[in-house]
Write a protein that binds this ligand. Structure first.
Ligand code: KIV
Length: 264
């Protein structure tokens, strides 16, 4: 497919399933890009996954700009989407446009992501009008954790109707795709059916157009329990620990360095 763009991602609607992933630095972005994912999200999950924060709300603009630049540097073909952190777009639209613009201009992102549905529709259309492609994010919203927790969405008909209204609002506002997080399979299927843009699920069942996983979860880099919706494809943490133990032992027993590692 060559170089991916938000327009090409939008055109994936109805063309079969596709996988996307998060990354936070140049090395993991390069790996994901080489594997062929069309879209890499520099999620504000940066905080819990990489910076050791408890939630995403502690992540700032400066942290996101720094990590988005790194991902951009490691990535040749995938669309790079920068997640707008807590309070970078909620205060007013002027500040939101300025912050979104920084991701494009300073960090080299191709698009931004922001959380919220009906309440963000006006901002999404302003960003799009100003040349900034937007990935929307509905369902469970991690930046609202202090208010709403991490509860699954779609358990009542009222909640389903609200999230369906969110989905339609962000699509009408011009988002090129939408993430739906932690929603029932039935709700995610209804949203996928109703929208003419790709719906990308995380913890939202199998009916969505695409899936997204957090890279450290799926590669098995974490020390701890993973949510049920994650499939772990590798156990890199165990492999890395055994590699480092082997290195320690080689140094202690004088098996490293040997003549093949030494400049004569
Ligand atoms: O921050 C993030 O990684 C995300 C994904 C889980 C969609 O928002």
């Amino acid at each position: 497919m060559g170089i991916w763009t938000p327009k090409k991602i939008k055109a994936l609607k109805g063309k079969g399933k596709f996988a996307t992933i998060t990354a936070y630095d140049s090395i993991t972005a390069g790996i994901a890009d080489s594997a062929g994912v069309p879209l890499i999200l520099v999620g504000d999950s940066l905080g819990p996954t990489t910076l050791g924060f408890e939630t995403t709300v502690s992540v700032t603009m400066e942290m996101m700009i720094h990590h988005t630049k790194a991902v951009r540097n490691g990535c040749k073909n995938a669309v790079v989407v920068a997640d707008m952190p807590f309070l970078s777009y909620q205060i007013n639209e002027e500040e939101a446009i300025r912050n979104a613009g920084r991701f494009i201009q300073e960090a080299g992102a191709d698009a931004v992501k922001l959380e919220g549905g009906v309440c963000r529709a006006s901002l999404i259309s302003k960003l799009v009008e100003n040349g900034i492609p937007v990935m929307a994010h509905i369902g469970m919203l991690p930046q609202n954790v202090k208010q709403s927790g991490y509860a699954y969405k779609g358990k009542t008909s009222d909640e389903m109707a609200m999230i369906m209204a969110d989905a339609k609002a962000v699509a009408e506002a011009g988002a090129f795709c939408v993430v739906i997080e932690c929603a029932t399979t039935e709700l995610a299927a209804m949203v996928t059916e109703a929208l003419d843009i790709p719906v990308i699920g995380i913890g939202a069942g199998a009916a969505t157009d695409g899936q997204i996983l957090v890279i450290s979860d799926m590669l098995g880099l974490n020390d701890g329990k993973l949510p049920k919706f994650v499939k772990q494809y590798a156990d890199l943490r165990s492999e890395a620990i055994s590699a480092i133990k082997q290195y320690i032992s080689d140094v202690e027993t004088e098996n490293f360095p040997t003549s093949e590692h030494i400049y004569e």
